[in-house]
Design a protein. Structure first.
Length: 382
């Protein structure tokens, strides 16, 4: 009989990287274990969510995993109900997907209420420990949220170190984000044609910044670097695709100030699943100029399309880049360093087959061993 695992986290109809991770986790574990997802019926209150919608409006679903929408992140009476349901399930392992201090009370109360029933059987998967824009309250909420965990599964080296502050000597296992190769290729697979469709010249050097825009992601630094990049390659274009959670005017004013309006294309919207492929396939290299990070689903989507990356040396990003083979790591907060990274990419791409190296790295992705990790966790949970 298969061991029973209950996974508490966002899944469809929610959008974004956390739901994508939960979907992948289910897909990788379902053939080995009896996995049930307790999804959210309320994830974020609308007034706290900076985007247009929390829900996936794609015409095509990447995964259609089964889940029960029963968790309300802000209702204490609901937490009592969820804890009661969990106690009746007799699961072999209860898993919480943790990525933000906002869920400190929700996850903390539910896990506290079930810890007697599930002694040594409560696992927190830590995508992040505290948020990228953390303050003192975030750290308190994180302590509350993680306090009743029996063990942790960290998805990067930096997260493994950070979770030690809260683990009180409890076991911390390691994995990483999966390679997100789940998106369909665009119907138009000729890169030159894709560039033309987006208004670029066929021989343009397209640098892609993908995902929602917030200050910690460093888009402004990349924009400041762009005149310098143009001095290295006059045919460079910057393609920015993603919903702005910051005020767009900050970025458009900077673009105007630098006089590079004709070199930058902004697409301010959340991208449905069926359109992701065309943007990545258009790109020559994917840019992650972050000020802070743990790991990034954007990087793993890039690897899913076999695209090299240029990332800043913050958090755990550098862990997932093989220098000169799958991409380049540059100093953070430096337009000059970003320019130098592009220069290295241009000088390497003639003799380096990035696709082959990325395929090799993808095969070694430790998320592929997730069933074995969970077997070990279950064995050590008795």
């Amino acid at each position: 009989m298969k061991k029973k695992i209950i996974l508490i986290g966002p899944a469809y109809p929610y959008r974004g990287g956390n739901a994508l991770f939960v979907n992948h986790t289910y897909e990788f574990l379902k053939n080995y274990f009896d996995v049930k997802i307790y999804n959210y019926k309320l994830l974020y209150p609308s007034f706290l969510f900076p985007g247009t919608t929390q829900f996936d409006k794609s015409k095509e679903q990447v995964f259609n995993v089964p889940s029960e929408r029963i968790v309300n992140s802000i209702n204490p009476f609901n937490w009592l109900k969820v804890a009661s349901l969990l106690k009746k399930q007799n699961a072999d392992l209860v898993v919480f997907d943790w990525w933000h201090p906002f869920f400190g009370f929700c996850h903390g109360v539910i896990s506290f209420l079930i810890r007697k029933k599930y002694k040594n059987k409560i696992l927190f998967i830590t995508e992040n420990v505290v948020s990228h824009e953390a303050n003192a309250i975030d750290k308190i909420l994180t302590k509350i949220g993680l306090s009743s965990a029996s063990k942790y599964l960290a998805l990067s080296g930096i997260v493994e170190k950070e979770v030690q502050q809260f683990s009180k000597g409890k076991k911390v296992y390691r994995s990483e984000l999966p390679v997100y190769d789940c998106y369909k290729q665009s119907e138009q697979t000729d890169q030159k044609m894709l560039k033309r469709e987006l208004g670029f010249e066929e021989d343009a050097l397209v640098l892609l910044f993908f995902g929602y825009v917030r200050k910690y992601k460093g888009l402004d630094i990349l924009i400041e670097a762009f005149p310098k990049i143009l001095s290295v390659n006059s045919k460079a274009k910057l393609l920015v695709v993603g919903e702005f959670y910051d005020e767009p005017k900050v970025y458009t004013d900077l673009i105007s100030k630098l006089g590079i309006e004709d070199k930058v294309k902004l697409i301010n919207q959340f991208v449905p699943n069926e359109e992701v492929g065309k943007y990545y396939q258009t790109a020559d290299v994917v840019m992650l100029p972050y000020r802070s990070a743990t790991q990034s689903g954007i990087l793993n989507v890039a690897y899913g399309f076999y695209k090299p990356v240029i990332v800043t040396d913050v958090g755990g990003l550098a862990e997932f880049v093989d220098e000169g083979r799958t991409g380049f790591v540059v100093k953070p907060n430096s337009p000059d360093a970003i320019k130098d990274g592009v220069k290295k990419f241009l000088s390497s791409k003639v003799q380096t087959n990035f696709t082959v190296h990325i395929q090799e790295r993808n095969r070694k992705n430790s998320f592929n061993q997730l069933p074995e990790v969970f077997e070990k966790i279950l064995k050590e949970s008795k």
